[in-house]
Write a protein of this length. Structure first.
Length: 302
């Protein structure tokens, strides 16, 4: 195949990109997205601050625009993200105990319910662990206790039984203390029948990142019995070093049957949260970079 999505489809996978819907009016942005990808995720417009700016008052305009575009293009839609310690709307600050619990559960019900049946997989909870494998001491952890992640997954399952439910985090690009902590949680959830279907590996990397246990880490989660998804891939660097790292990540996913797909966090260096690192597959003029060809070749070799 001569597109990323088409090549991924050959092995029953997706190759997706994070999208800012307000950029869909830029001709090159829309045409590149529509040509190359068979999955999208909202970079920002489905987060708590964007979707519930005031308590109980939802704004789905950005997400609806993205979902409509994706459905018109036959693309899957990943959901990002129902519960996260960052980008919470200001009205959440200072909520304590049962009021915060109520706010979290109502938010999940409102957003996952609105998009029910339209989301392939939700990042239900994002970035709840520290580097040492302990829980991040966010307002959620401190006010709700250890059970808050389970509560979030159960609420998401009730709101949208069709969506795969993922735990998503960064710094888990190998077997390390952080991925060990997440592994233990997933194992516990599966043992107790807590609804969890996948783990998302953000994979914000650099060309010299240590990927020596990247595939083994994906494999051990798959062996537990969940899907794995590479959810926010971008690799700082350029040229062949960047291309080789993208190739390695692609081949690791292809080697793990339960790795269902890869999403890059943006697709052109013109619009990246870390633009200075030129981390994506298209340059600022939407030209394919060496890394693009490395990914396409790896996907086609599957
Ligand atoms: O929407 C406001 C706009 O009204 C305001 O004028 C402007 C200037 O202050 O800010 C805009 O909000 C920005 C938002 O992106 C939308 O553009 C926030 O300041 C900015 O902090 C936010 O950054 C996003 C960041 O998450 C925080 O939510 C990045 O674009 C986004 O790429 C990044 O993505 C995260 C994933 O969600 C989770 N994993 C890490 C990844 C990178 O940080």
């Amino acid at each position: 195949a001569d597109t990323l999505g088409g090549a991924a489809e050959q092995s029953g996978r997706y190759y997706g990109a994070a999208v800012a819907p307000h950029l869909l009016g830029e001709a090159d942005y829309a045409s590149t997205l529509n040509r190359e990808f068979n999955s999208v995720v909202a970079e920002n417009v489905m987060k708590w601050d964007a979707t519930e700016p005031n308590r109980g008052q939802f704004d789905f305009s950005g997400g609806d625009q993205l979902v409509a575009h994706a459905q018109a293009q036959g693309m899957e839609v990943r959901g990002h993200t129902l519960v996260w310690h960052a980008q919470q709307p200001s009205w959440v600050n200072g909520l304590g105990g049962d009021d915060l619990r109520r706010a979290m559960l109502d938010h999940i019900d409102g957003v996952a319910g609105h998009y029910a049946g339209q989301i392939s997989s939700w990042d239900v909870v994002n970035e709840a662990f520290e580097w040492d494998g302990s829980r991040r001491q966010s307002n959620l952890q401190q006010q709700l206790g250890d059970g808050w992640i389970e509560e979030a997954f159960r609420a998401a399952d009730a709101a949208d039984p069709q969506a795969k439910l993922c735990y998503n985090d960064f710094g888990t690009d190998g077997i390390n203390a952080k991925s060990d902590g997440i592994y233990a949680m997933v194992q516990d959830f599966l043992n107790r029948g807590v609804p969890i279907d996948c783990v998302g590996f953000q994979s914000h990397l650099d060309a010299n990142s240590d990927l020596s246990s990247y595939q083994a880490n994906l494999q051990r989660f798959a062996d537990l019995g969940v899907d794995v998804e590479i959810t926010e891939l971008d690799i700082g660097g350029s040229g062949s070093a960047q291309a080789n790292a993208y190739r390695q990540v692609t081949e690791a996913c292809l080697a793990v049957s339960r790795c269902t797909g890869i999403t890059i966090w943006g697709f052109t260096d013109r619009h990246s949260w870390r633009a200075d690192d030129t981390p994506l597959l298209f340059d600022t003029n939407y030209q394919k970079k060496e890394a693009y060809h490395a990914v396409l070749d790896a996907l086609n070799a599957a």
